[in-house]
Design a binder for this molecule. Structure first.
Ligand SMILES: [Zn+2]
Length: 255
């Protein structure tokens, strides 16, 4: 199982960047995990929509979901060209379908168009969702809006943890326990800022990775121009395994 970073910026993308978007791939099939602005043009450079098993969105802040709109048109175009027939499963947080349909209705009555390309589903904290090779377990995190972290298990039992956007909480350690790779947001510079905005510092990301006994830690969700080396250093104070910064086009092999 591989994790491919498409973009990692937030809340907007700098020149040539994308906001958050990742691809989870196994053999010739893949998932899109997060779909922020700028993600789809970069995604289409490398991937074929015929091989897309599904899309997962942690929450509906624009830096995580804005490119669902162009993705819907790209899927429609692929259907019209005969590249794929079936709709793409789109996994949203609870309440997400009504929100998306409401927005689409306001944007010129596009709801029917998107129902032809997406198979909407709302995940919950109890039942895992199975998509292709993967089993996804979701957990509500503390971000001031309905946001979920996810643990994605691969065919061989490999575990990818992804925090979504969240402030620190003790339940995170249990949820992400034993992940092979933890993709962890490290947005803010101080714990006070994190408490008020619902985000983590790089030091908290390091502590979470260590407490959850993750094998590898990848930091993400940065303001453009941030001091990446400092974030890596701060996380490494607490996490003794490999810490890397999510960079566009970087590919991680998991398990
Ligand atoms: Zn957010």
């Amino acid at each position: 199982m591989e994790l491919h970073v498409i973009g990692r910026s937030s809340p907007y993308a700098g020149p040539g960047e994308a906001t958050v978007g990742y691809v989870v791939a196994e053999e010739n099939t893949h998932l899109i995990l997060e779909c922020g602005s700028g993600v789809i043009a970069k995604y289409l450079e490398r991937y074929n929509l015929a091989d897309l098993e599904g899309v997962m969105i942690s929450h509906l802040h624009p830096d995580h979901c804005a490119d669902l709109f162009p993705l819907g048109f790209a899927i429609k175009h692929a259907q019209m060209q005969g590249l794929r027939e079936e709709r793409v499963p789109l996994l949203l947080p609870p309440g997400g379908i009504d929100i998306l349909n409401g927005v689409l209705a306001l944007l010129g009555g596009l709801g029917a168009h998107y129902r032809e390309v997406f198979d909407y589903e709302e995940y919950g904290p109890k039942d895992p969702v199975i998509l292709g090779y993967w089993q996804a377990h979701f957990h509500r995190v503390d971000h001031g809006m309905n946001c979920h972290g996810v643990v994605i298990k691969g065919a061989k039992g490999q575990k990818l943890g992804y925090t979504g956007d969240t402030k620190m909480g003790p339940e995170l350690v249990e949820f992400f326990q034993g992940t092979d790779l933890l993709l962890c947001e490290a947005t803010v510079e101080s714990e006070e800022q994190g408490e008020s905005t619902g985000h983590l510092t790089a030091e908290q990301a390091g502590k979470l990775g260590a407490a959850a006994e993750a094998k590898e830690l990848v930091l993400t969700h940065f303001l453009p121009g941030v001091d990446e080396d400092k974030k890596k250093l701060l996380a490494s104070r607490h996490f003794s395994g490999q810490v890397t910064i999510a960079e566009a086009d970087k590919v991680y092999s998991i398990g």
